[in-house]
Design a protein around this ligand. Structure first.
Ligand code: NAP
Length: 494
């Protein structure tokens, strides 16, 4: 890698965001691309996460690039391994794998105002130089390890769900799992099938609604492959279905009854699965449905009725080398500790790498003093030729990741077409456009579930340390429409 010959584009992250960006930049005519990935393979969260029970939590047709539908999903909610295969298929078909450099951890990226390039420092001392910097690092790239007293002294096996040890046999083990988020909802029923004893340490209960999942027959898969329009129609249905679940959060003022209705469905599922009233109450959330990312399972609640599965709600006081002690004095001996404690969203994710823009402005520090903000979730004043993809403030409306990919790629299309039309070297969003966008998002937030709903006890990662939220409070259609019409004068070109 030579600092003398800048690349066109450097993309950080080889997940779906990075793969999609590489395909688009090649189509825009930029072929000198490097995709830097700290893991040893592509796929992002779908490479890192391999825990038992892993599956997509949106209908699979909706969870895919719209330019590359996959007719061969085996189920409506495909298992994780299939999503990873799909990522590999797309990367190979569009020939972007050859641009990927694995085991390459980016330390920081610095804008060089004189040469108008980004200098990207890689762990080990190497530097890559490129005209454009694309951060496609995702929301879920930094695992969260709980800071519970004694956790480091635990003498048994510790597995974080983002680093599953396939070789470890859970059969006959006394297992504890900390966390009851979306990951735990998937993994707990699987752990219960093998463990001799399973203790689930819950701090905040979660709403779980039934999952309408089914196998897609091979004949239907063949039909999708032969007659793509049929699959398009099917996707339209799953897109609508996914929107119906998420829309009430954005349009809470108007659709509050739907949020309440969904909570009732989750309550009915609890009632049908669990006869023990105390257990049911312990599993009942006291915040509105949607304050946290909704979860789906037909097994989760039932699992707690098995005699070897124990819900522990007293709060963990400390971990000893062979046990967990809770605030009520109960001591449970275990040999295996599963951490389903999720991701560090706010501390180390915004941004996931150190990014220094014009005049030495540090993106992470600036966000922390001036608030998290990015025009259309992507571009930031003082950061020329920089795009934060699918993980910036106000990028994500909480719906399918691929909705975000679609509207952001439309934005890139218009931006880069204009850049080339003007024969310019750099683009940068104006401070005014960024401020107006942020103020508009804040105003729209006021009508959403996160502002008007009862989210106080949810402990949701949708809220930052100061109670701020950065979900995009618009529908995917509105986000897409905006990319067709945003004034190009919102950018300066030089
Ligand atoms: P999460 O939603 O952040 O849940 C983490 C869990 O760990 C919570 O129950 C949390 O309790 C608990 N926890 C964290 N620190 C703790 C501590 N010190 N003591 C006790 N409990 C602690 O993380 P996640 O379940 O990994 O899910 C994250 C996101 O990943 C999801 O919202 C979803 O977007 C995505 N996901 C997607 C899929 C898929 O199929 N596509 C599957 C799984 C996950 P509190 O709630 O009390 O903080």
């Amino acid at each position: 890698m030579s600092a003398q010959q800048p690349l066109d584009v450097v993309i950080v992250g080889a997940g779906f965001g990075g793969i999609g960006a590489a395909i688009q930049f090649k189509q825009l005519g930029y072929h000198n691309i490097a995709i830097l990935e700290r893991e040893n393979d592509l796929g992002g969260v779908w490479h890192v996460n391999r825990y038992p029970g892993l599956a997509v939590d949106l209908p699979s047709p909706t969870y895919s690039f719209d330019f590359e539908p996959n007719p061969y999903w085996s189920r409506l909610y495909a298992p994780g391994a299939e999503i990873k295969q799909y990522a590999e298929h797309v990367a190979d078909k569009y020939d972007v794998r050859r641009h990927m450099r694995f085991d390459t951890k980016v330390e920081n990226a610095r804008w060089d105002e004189e040469d108008k390039v980004w200098r990207v420092a890689i762990a080990g001392g190497d530097t890559v130089t490129a005209r454009f910097l694309i951060a496609a690092t995702g929301f879920m790239s930094q695992a969260c390890y709980p800071n519970i007293p004694g956790v480091a002294e635990f003498a048994g096996k510790v597995i974080h769900t983002t680093a599953w040890d396939d070789s470890y046999d859970l059969r006959g083990r006394r297992v504890a799992i900390i966390g009851t988020g979306a990951t735990a909802v998937q993994v707990i029923p699987e752990l219960a099938k093998k463990a001799a004893e399973l203790s689930v340490y819950q701090r905040t209960p979660i709403h779980v609604v039934p999952k309408q999942d089914f196998a897609i027959p091979t004949a239907v898969q063949r039909l999708f492959a032969r007659v793509p329009v049929v699959q398009r129609l099917f996707r339209l249905m799953t897109d609508v279905q996914a929107s119906v679940v998420f829309l009430p959060a954005i349009k809470f003022r108007q659709l509050r009854f739907l949020v309440n209705f969904t909570a009732v469905i989750a309550g009915m599922q609890r009632f049908a699965a669990i006869r023990d009233k105390k257990l049911r109450q312990e599993l009942t959330p006291h915040y509105d449905f949607g304050c946290k990312r909704p979860t789906y399972s037909n097994e989760y609640y039932k699992t707690f009725t098995q005699p070897h599965v124990h819900l522990r709600t007293a709060g963990i006081e400390r971990i000893e080398p062979d046990a967990i002690v809770t605030a009520d004095g109960a001591r449970t001996e275990i040999d295996t500790l599963i951490l389903a404690t999720g991701f560090d969203m706010w501390e180390s994710n915004f941004p996931a790498i150190e990014i220094i823009g014009r005049d030495g402005r540090n993106l992470g520090k600036w966000w922390r003093t001036h608030g998290f903000q990015a025009y259309q979730g992507m571009t930031v004043p003082y950061f020329p030729n920089y795009l934060g993809l699918a993980a910036g403030p106000y990028a994500n409306s909480g719906l399918s990741f691929f909705n975000m990919v679609k509207y952001q790629s439309r934005h890139i299309d218009r931006l880069f077409t204009e850049l080339r039309r003007r024969n310019a070297t750099t683009f940068e969003v104006t401070e005014q456009a960024n401020t107006e966008f942020r103020e508009r998002m804040e105003r729209l937030q006021e009508g959403t579930l996160l502002h008007l709903g009862d989210c106080a006890s949810s402990r949701s990662y949708y809220f930052g340390p100061n109670g701020e939220t950065v979900l995009r409070p618009t529908t995917p259609r509105a986000a897409l429409r905006e990319q067709e019409t945003f004034p190009l004068s919102n950018y300066t070109f030089a």
